[in-house]
Ligand binder design. Structure first.
Ligand code: CP
Ligand code: NVA
Length: 298
């Protein structure tokens, strides 16, 4: 049966750990010589802009010997009301796997229901599962383990935060999210989570003794009109030297990028010794290679 990655909840603990370890093996082996996906096609259907996700998926597919077809959704007949159910079945006749970046999680889920091929969520307003998988690769690479870690999220309870919550549910690490009032994660994403996941309003309380500090933009794609209000509401939630100083001396500072220096993160921290943001960006490619292998070859 085909397997989708619509949210991290589609994976169990062993699958998550297996993907992380495989991505690290792939990273060590460089470009490799095997091309197990020769003749396979990946569709990338995007409604939102992307630098990392698009290029890392395309490069990963190329390293596996396959090809990628990029589709801006507005250039497809979906923009003239062709139904998801027709689009999904047509694309399934051409492609072997489809990754979608869009606003609505429901659209990705509906596409997966109708498609005969694996569907990957390449970011929705609700989740960004591939990002967190590759960020876990970076943590494992730097720390050697994913056990006994305090992972902290500072900022908006957004799509990336939601996927961190899912990861903490699956792997059991401590996750403390510091979010301003009104910007908490969605209650149903938190619902039923265990004591290893907490939301607080004080960034300092969250950052204390952290092994990992994560942040993301204050206004995500699709929220541009809220930007001015958000700039006010997120005052005090910047990841800067004084916040990082509360964490463990070997803390990793992470950001999925793109970043806004001087807003959610100070320029000195982003460029400083704790920052692993460019390793994170690289590891997206290795993780995507591991993921495509898993969905198409295993
Ligand atoms: N982190 C991330 O998903 O980056 P892009 O928006 O550039 O794909
Ligand atoms: N939360 C951000 C993540 C970008 C990779 C957004 O959705 O725009």
């Amino acid at each position: 049966m085909k397997k989708d990655l619509l949210t991290l909840r589609n994976l169990n603990r062993d699958e998550v750990l297996g993907l992380i370890d495989r991505a690290l093996v792939i990273k060590k082996s460089g470009k490799g010589t095997e091309r197990p996906l020769s003749g396979f096609s990946l569709g990338l259907m995007f409604d939102k802009t992307s630098t990392r996700t698009r290029v890392s998926f395309e490069t990963a597919m190329g390293r596996l010997g396959g090809q990628t077809i990029f589709l801006s959704r507005k250039d497809t007949q979906m923009s003239r009301d062709e139904l998801v159910q027709d689009t999904a079945r047509v694309l399934s006749r051409y492609l072997d796997v489809l990754a979608i970046r869009t606003y609505s999680q429901e659209l990705v889920e509906e596409m997966a229901r109708w498609a005969d091929i694996p569907v990957i969520n390449a970011l929705t307003d609700r989740y960004h599962p591939c990002q967190i998988l590759s960020d876990l690769v970076t943590i494992k690479e730097k720390k050697g383990t994913l056990n006994d870690l305090k992972v902290v999220w500072i900022g908006d309870g957004n799509n990336v935060a939601h996927s961190w919550i899912n990861a903490a549910r699956i792997l059991g690490f401590e996750l403390v999210l510091a979010c301003p009032q009104g910007y908490y994660p969605e209650p149903d994403v938190l619902e039923g989570s265990a004591g290893n996941i907490r939301v607080v309003e004080d960034p300092a309380e969250a950052a204390r003794d952290a092994h990992v500090i994560n942040t993301d933009v204050w206004a995500s794609m699709g929220q541009d009109e809220e930007k001015d209000q958000r700039l006010l509401d997120f005052q005090g939630f910047q990841v800067n030297e004084s916040l990082v100083g509360l964490a463990r001396p070997d803390v990793l500072v992470m950001h999925c990028l793109p970043a806004h220096r001087g807003e959610e993160i100070s320029a000195d921290v982003l460029e400083g010794p704790h920052s692993v943001v460019f390793d994170q960006a690289e590891n997206k490619m290795h993780l995507h290679q591991a993921l495509l292998e898993k969905l198409l070859v295993e």
